[in-house]
Design a protein around this ligand. Structure first.
Ligand code: 6PG
Length: 259
């Protein structure tokens, strides 16, 4: 995390379910605040099993504040996508659609799936960036500012589809790129750091023992440990980074569950 950004807020909950519930409550609060202040919430979703649990939690009926969430005022984008059709079981869009988007009153015209299965993936990334620039307001320096970007993190410290050792990590001009990910043997489309770090709020939800090593590097003071840790590149210049962990993911880091 760069020096000029604020240090992240780190919340540690005892269990994955508690961490997910805290993340869901914060997620809804940010949506309500954005709509109260600006009449719309620009949101970027993530894929993976941790976000999957959060989406399910967001739609459990009778949750606190449930009725107040102005879902019709939410514009939904995706921070990354796999190179599969949107009805494929591996698609981040498909997962979010089944768990969240089909279960809350979001306007279908305000859901912008990433075309990561396009023939020309590089052109598709350019086109997706154009849609973001058309819909999400940008301050003077020209990078659109999402109200909320949700991220999970892999055990290797990847966020979105910014994997260790990949070209997209060093992209500073384009906001959305397509890239081959050697460790997966597949292509992915992903937000780049300039877009992620322009967000007002980045919510990083990480649970499970397999993430403990990456979490300890992310939250530790050892700069060399962060060199090949993509999550360490998340440092919103003006915005807030909130890291929500369960005790297992936090067990090697010098942070303890909130009491
Ligand atoms: C994806 C995600 C990816 C995910 C992390 C965490 O396309 O898979 O965007 O960044 O959030 O890999 O995934 P888990 O929660 O499944 O560990």
């Amino acid at each position: 995390m760069s020096a000029q950004s604020r240090s992240p807020s780190v919340l540690v909950e005892d269990s994955p379910a508690q961490a997910t519930q805290v993340a869901a409550d914060l997620f809804k609060t940010i949506i309500c605040e954005a709509v109260d202040r600006r009449g719309v919430c620009h949101l970027a979703l993530s894929g993976g099993t941790t976000p999957h649990a959060l989406y399910q939690c967001l739609t459990v009926p009778g949750q606190v504040g449930d009725a107040d969430v102005p879902w019709r005022k939410v514009e939904v984008f995706f921070g990354d996508e796999r190179d599969v059709p949107h009805d494929h079981v591996e698609s981040n869009f498909h997962m979010a659609q089944r768990t969240l988007l089909d279960n809350v009153p979001i306007e279908p015209s305000r859901v912008h799936a990433m075309p990561a299965d396009a023939e020309d993936l590089d052109q598709a990334a350019i086109d997706y960036e154009r849609i973001i620039r058309r819909i999400v307001p940008a301050p003077a320096d020209g990078v659109p500012g999402f109200d909320l970007v949700l991220l999970g993190m892999g055990g290797d410290g990847h966020v979105a589809s910014l994997f260790p050792g990949t070209e997209a990590l060093s992209e500073r001009k384009k906001l959305v790129v397509a890239q081959h990910v050697p460790v997966l043997g597949r292509r992915r489309m992903t937000f780049t750091f300039p877009l992620l770090n322009a967000a007002r709020n980045v919510l990083l939800l990480v649970t499970g023992p397999d993430k403990a090593g990456a979490v300890a590097k992310l939250l530790g003071e050892e700069p060399t440990a962060k060199e090949d840790l993509p999550a360490a590149g998340i440092s919103p210049a003006e915005g807030k980074l909130v890291v929500i962990l369960d005790a297992q993911a936090a067990r090697l880091a010098s942070v303890k569950p909130a009491k």
